[in-house]
Design a protein around this ligand. Structure first.
Ligand SMILES: Nc1nc2c(c(=O)[nH]1)N[C@H]1C(S)=C(S)[C@@H](COP(=O)(O)O)O[C@H]1N2
Ligand SMILES: [Mo]
Length: 199
């Protein structure tokens, strides 16, 4: 029988991390305004057809099923927040509506004010990767990424990009905002891949 999650908490905290109970706010730049009338989410690059979704199309439940994912969150600056329940749509459910080229192996995540981060497509395809607008049963605070953020729980938090506006499918890996500034291209907290020189 699996142990209860609270018993295994220690095993859920990677080396070099400490658990926090509040929800820190961490980002560069200002918190963007949100106008649902003009906001769109774009999918472009190596796709058969580039698409733009309105906020309603993305979040109403009509096109994409709404899912929740319970997951821990690890920031590279060393805090971990356990047991977050995120609500949104799974990346794989978005993918069902796209015709992505077989040449696409990486994705650049595009956010408000030019924040970007890069990920292998395979990591986005994991069932716990969400495009989220809820946290622990409520809409996200704007500080935490409302109206939409990516949640990639198995990688360091800088990959869980807030104020998401688009995904660009690419053949080759390219560094995003922090990756250009010395952060690791992949960012696995279990291998402490904090900086580009970490194995
Ligand atoms: N657009 C954007 N998303 C971002 C960041 C940022 O600077 N800009 N910071 C990242 C980092 S380093 C972390 S740890 C998480 C923090 O999420 P939180 O503020 O909701 O705790 O957001 C990530 N997403
Ligand atoms: Mo972070």
């Amino acid at each position: 029988m699996a142990l209860p999650r609270w018993l295994t908490r220690k095993a859920r905290v990677p080396a070099g991390q400490h658990v926090v109970s509040m929800f820190p706010v961490l980002h560069v730049g200002p918190v963007p305004p949100f106008d649902p009338a003009t906001w769109s989410f774009k999918v472009f690059g190596l796709v058969q057809e580039e698409k733009a979704f309105t906020y309603k199309e993305l979040t109403s439940g009509a096109l994409f099923p709404i899912s929740t994912v319970a997951a821990d969150f690890h920031c590279v600056t060393s805090w971990s927040r356990l047991d977050n329940v995120w609500g949104g749509i799974k990346f794989v459910d978005l993918l069902d509506h796209l015709d992505v080229s077989p040449k696409a192996h990486y994705v650049m995540v595009h956010c408000e004010y030019g924040y970007t981060t890069n990920l292998p497509l395979a990591d986005l395809k994991r069932p716990e990767t969400l495009l989220a607008w809820q946290h622990n049963g409520s809409n996200l605070d704007p500080d935490h990424g409302y109206p939409l953020r990516l949640v990639v729980p198995h990688l360091y938090g800088w990959k869980s990009a807030k104020w998401l506006r688009g995904l660009e499918f690419m053949a080759a890996n390219e560094p995003g905002y922090w990756e250009q500034r010395g952060y690791h291209p992949y960012g696995d907290p279990w291998r402490q891949q904090r900086y580009s020189w970490d194995g």
